[in-house]
Design a protein around this ligand. Structure first.
Ligand code: HEM
Length: 496
């Protein structure tokens, strides 16, 4: 008897909870309709998101589908629901420009979660908003000038030499090119942001790579934490939710502490980001924890993005041998002008390689969706529609990059799309691999420098062809937030 009362009361409670959830969703999903903002029809709980347990495509391919649908209906913008959260998405590049540049003061933040108390490494340039972001950006900008890049050039060449040295052995077998590029960029960022000689090619599983991989690991638990923190940031802060695993955090903070101590005691100065951050600490502009958080984000934002760009470029070059030959011809000519050496100034002369990298970033933008948050109420141009403070904004980089209106035959790899004439005919906001406006990627110059050096050094000596183990066309990994080809990319490297 008691059991049956208990069971029926549990059922009643579940029933009530489901009814409340349905009513909540129905109410929530009137948000855009009430504002007269067009958008695709939302589905219960999921809104316009895919079922995370049965995704048909990656989140950015899904957003492209919505973009195409809305554009076909001639809308300049639309309102979508990321689960139950309303998000505004501009479609017309002029409206994209409003958010990123023209009306930037209304969209300073990304709305990313950070927690100073429990998660000191989360307080970095990417996540901060408002005045705190502005102050930090102003302090860090001088770290990325071309003068500073020049001082790090030698370190990058050393890492490139280690890669070329290892290629002798590695090229005897099919190459997992994603792994080769990841070792090179880990060495570069490990050295420039943490002052470490990672030796990734010699030590197959260095501590640095192990914790680096862990920082990127996408488990169901991590995804749930990210979704919870970005939807209920204040509650998550009160509950002390952490986004970074404690052992990852401890590892990176310990490295920075040890390097700071070592350099101070031995009066060592190096040409790297860490030295520039130490300078800011000595001027009392940053605390030790803030130094560690910035080094950490330079690593997170700079390692995978650059490594994916390099491996995607080699994948395309292996499928387009005529383009590969043309790039190599330019590279070899520039090396031979300087007695077989690569100089900082000659990077600029590798114009066709530059166009090839730009086209790679069009087809494979490693950050395929860019986020902003409305920081003060805002009226959308040519309308009386008000976006409220706190509204999320999604900028559809991947969809813009594959829009046939701007890039005819959009899936074709064609570096000539980036020659001066072709570029001058396009709206600048239909190409956003590094973002745009005051929150543009601070490491763009450094990222491009490391990709260019790595590719030039590889292409000078090796011809890359597709190994039969690579299934074409490649698929994208459905689980990551960054764009990445699923599984390994197998290439054969033929010594020239
Ligand atoms: C090919 C390489 C890279 C790509 C494709 C890339 C892409 C991006 C993109 C799309 C953003 C967001 C921009 C926006 O919201 O408008 C960004 C931000 C950022 N990137 Fe990069 N990035 C690369 C390399 C790097 C490197 C090497 C570093 C550091 C050493 C770096 C550090 C950052 C930081 C700190 C931010 C946040 C900037 C801010 O909010 O003020 N990135 N990056």
């Amino acid at each position: 008897m008691i059991l049956s009362i208990l069971t029926s009361s549990i059922f009643i409670n579940i029933y009530l909870a489901v009814i409340i959830l349905i009513l909540y969703c129905k109410w929530r999903f009137t948000y855009w309709q009430n504002k007269k903002v067009p958008g695709p029809k939302p589905r219960l709980i999921l809104g316009n998101s895919q079922n995370p347990f049965a995704r048909a495509s990656t989140p950015y391919e899904h957003v492209k589908h919505i973009y195409d649908q809305m554009k076909a209906q001639k809308h300049d913008f639309c309102g979508i629901y990321v689960f139950t959260q309303p998000s505004y998405m501009p479609i017309n590049p002029e409206y994209v420009k409003d958010i990123m540049l023209k009306d930037f003061s209304n969209f300073v933040d990304r709305g990313m979660y950070y927690n100073e108390k429990t998660d000191p490494l989360s307080v970095h340039l990417l996540s901060l908003g408002g005045q705190r972001w502005k102050n930090l950006r102003a302090k860090l900008t001088p770290t990325f000038t071309s003068g500073k890049m020049k001082t790090m050039f030698g370190t990058l060449i050393n890492c490139g030499n280690q890669m070329v040295e290892s290629m002798r052995k590695l090229s005897e077998k099919p190459l997992d090119i994603k792994d080769v590029c990841a070792c090179y960029t880990t060495d570069v960022i490990g050295s420039c942001a943490f002052g470490l000689d990672c030796n990734s090619f010699a030590e197959s599983e260095s501590e640095f790579r192990k914790f680096g991989k862990k920082a990127f690991a996408i488990s169901a638990q991590n995804v749930a934490r990210i979704v919870f923190c970005s939807s209920f940031g204040n509650l998550a802060k009160k509950l002390g939710v952490r986004l970074i695993d404690p052992d990852v955090s401890e590892f990176f903070i310990n490295i920075v502490n040890a390097t700071l101590k070592y350099r101070q005691e031995n009066k060592i100065e190096r040409n790297d980001f860490l030295q520039l951050l130490i300078g800011l600490k000595e001027n009392n502009e940053l605390t030790t924890e803030e130094v560690a958080a910035q080094a950490f984000i330079f690593f997170l934002a700079g390692f995978e993005t650059s490594s994916t760009t390099m491996s995607s470029c080699l994948l395309e070059l292996a499928q387009n041998q005529d383009i590969q030959d043309k790039v190599r011809e330019e590279v070899v000519q520039i090396f031979s002008k300087n007695d077989g050496k690569l100089m900082y100034d000659s990077l600029m002369d590798m114009k066709y390689l530059g166009h090839t990298i730009a086209e790679t970033l069009r087809l494979y933008p490693t950050i395929p969706l860019i986020q902003r948050q409305c920081t003060t109420d805002y009226t959308i141009r040519n309308t009386d529609i008000r976006l409220e403070k706190g509204t999320r904004v999604l900028l559809p980089t991947y969809a813009l990059h594959r829009d046939p209106e701007y890039y005819p035959d959009p899936n074709k790899f064609d570096p000539d799309r980036f020659n001066d004439e072709a570029k001058s005919k396009r709206h600048p906001f239909v190409y956003l691999p590094f973002g745009e406006g005051p929150r543009v990627c601070i490491g763009e110059r450094f990222g491009l420098m490391q990709v260019k050096i790595g590719l030039a050094m590889l292409l000078k000596d090796y011809k890359f062809v597709i190994n039969p183990k690579t299934k074409l066309p490649v698929e994208f990994d459905k689980n990551g937030f960054l764009l990445s080809v699923k599984g390994s990319i197998w290439l054969d490297a033929i010594k020239l």
